[in-house]
Design a protein around this ligand. Structure first.
Ligand code: 5AD
Ligand code: SF4
Length: 455
């Protein structure tokens, strides 16, 4: 199984990332690593002789995508007028970690399997596969992959930066503690160095990433113990950086210092992604969430006291085993009590090896469908309301890309809303706009000011 014969080493690679923002970050790091190894990136998978599928295992549908993608790649290579060698296929990310050697058994076209803590070994794995050796690496070494990665170089105006990885919370539905490993915090200086490199390369906004980003802990250069708020303060002092965000946070790690940072740190954006998952205390207990509906609401109140305009976002699961209609209504109730600027909601998906997968009283698909629809109707309404409430506000927008129509740019408001602006301004410029209209998914802003720096 795997690669049996030696083959030409690949020259052009294509990385396709699925799932969360950390995978986007990992995908960018893998690209930089392969480039440093002498390969060149291509956006067109048909041109690539190495395809890296950077996969997600969080829900069934996400995990299955990888196999249909592999099938498509093989078919495409065979369908060419001049049949060519099938590109080398590497499966990376959380499916690689969870399924390991099972992947080439099920899909023999796969040459490399590499987990999220091992991708610094990718150049060696590519060389092994080219030499006809099976290349599987799902180790979770104690030393960090980050030390072996090249310095950041290319960057648009917004960048992700992983500061914390893994999870010790063991929510009963979730594979993350198994695929990403135990909670670890990257060291203070490594993070600040990377942030500096990102800013030097053009980043104006940095989003600090971690599965439990607010559990970040470390020591600053003076040897003092610091939390995520300390890191945010240090970034606030970094010239050239205009905005700081972080995601995803766990309610139990929402320290008073971090809450205060939302009041005190100018560059920290008024946005908080703080998943509650469900509103019924019985279900929250079965999920092993270690907070209840009341403590979550109290926390939101504290955050809003520190930063009244903060935008709240969350994740929700419907149809967790044993969820009754009454439990589900408690979810709707907590959603109403919080008021969201945006949110993600999912049907419960049993994941092999997690405690919830074998719990009694799994919920039928039709019931989940119906509940998800009701929840999403409510969440969409809240998002639209939040957007409508922005009309008349004046705010900064960091321009990220061109809009659909000529002369339009699209950027983000401080509250992470997409804002369309008619402006002859550069991508990466911060402009000031008046919000003049709002739809469910975006706002229209009228240009009222441009940065002096850009003139
Ligand atoms: N089924 C459905 N949703 C899940 N999530 C995590 N595991 C599952 C699962 N087994 C959701 C949670 C989490 C988000 C990233 O994905 O809401 O916060
Ligand atoms: Fe999964 Fe819970 Fe950890 Fe989030 S906190 S990654 S949902 S186990």
């Amino acid at each position: 199984m795997g690669a049996a014969m030696s083959r030409t080493p690949p020259k052009r690679f294509h990385v396709k990332s699925f799932g969360c923002q950390m995978n986007v970050y990992d995908g960018a790091r893998m690209s930089e690593l392969l480039e440093a190894d002498g390969m060149s990136a291509t956006d067109n998978p048909d041109e690539a002789d190495l395809i890296v599928l950077n996969t997600c295992h969080i829900r069934e549908k996400a995990a299955e995508k990888v196999y249909s993608d592999i099938g498509r790649i093989v078919k495409r290579a065979g369908a060419d007028e001049q049949p060519r060698e099938k590109p080398m296929i590497a499966v990376a990310g959380c499916v690689a970690q969870a399924e390991g050697g099972e992947i080439p058994r099920r899909a023999p076209a796969v040459d490399i399997v590499v987990g999220p803590q091992a991708y610094h070994n990718l150049p060696q794995l590519v060389a092994d596969a080219a030499a006809g050796r099976r290349a599987i690496d799902t180790d979770m070494p104690a030393n960090s992959k980050f030390d072996a990665l090249p310095r950041r170089r290319r960057q648009g105006p917004t960048a992700f930066l992983t500061v914390q990885e893994g999870c010790d919370k063991f929510c009963t539905y979730c594979v993350v503690p198994y695929t990403r490993g135990a909670e670890i915090s990257r060291p203070w200086s490594a993070i600040l160095d990377e942030a500096k490199a990102l800013v030097d390369a053009g980043a104006r906004e940095i989003t600090l990433l971690g599965q439990n980003v607010n559990a970040w802990a470390g020591e600053d250069e003076a040897g003092r113990s610091r939390g995520l708020d300390g890191l945010i303060e240090a970034l606030d002092a970094m010239p050239g950086l205009a905005r700081i965000r972080y995601t995803t946070s766990h309610p139990n790690d929402m320290s008073d210092g971090l809450i205060a940072a939302h009041r005190d740190v100018p560059k920290l954006m008024p946005f908080l992604h703080l998943p509650v998952q469900a509103g019924s205390d019985r279900i929250l207990r079965a999920m092993n969430r270690s907070h209840d509906a009341r403590s979550y609401l109290a926390l939101i109140e504290k955050v809003r006291a520190a930063r009244p305009d903060i935008a709240i976002s969350g994740d929700f699961i419907v149809g967790f085993p044993g969820e009754t209609e009454q439990d589900f209504e408690a979810t709707l109730e907590i959603v109403r009590a919080v008021g969201h600027a945006q949110a993600f909601s999912f049907k419960y998906s049993p994941r092999a090896g997690t405690p919830a997968a074998t719990m009694a009283d799994q919920i039928p698909a039709e019931v989940m469908d119906e509940r998800l629809q009701r929840l999403q109707t409510l969440l969409n309404e809240q998002q639209h309301q939040f957007n409508l409430a922005s009309i008349g506000k004046r705010c900064d927008v960091l321009l990220e890309r061109d809009g659909k129509k000529p002369g339009q740019r699209i950027g983000k408001s401080p509250w992470l809303q997409s804002v369309i602006v008619e402006a002859d301004a550069a991508i990466g410029e911060m402009v000031t706009v008046d919000i003049v209209s709002a739809g469910p998914n975006s706002l229209m802003g009228e240009l009222v000011g441009r940065e002096r720096a850009a003139a």
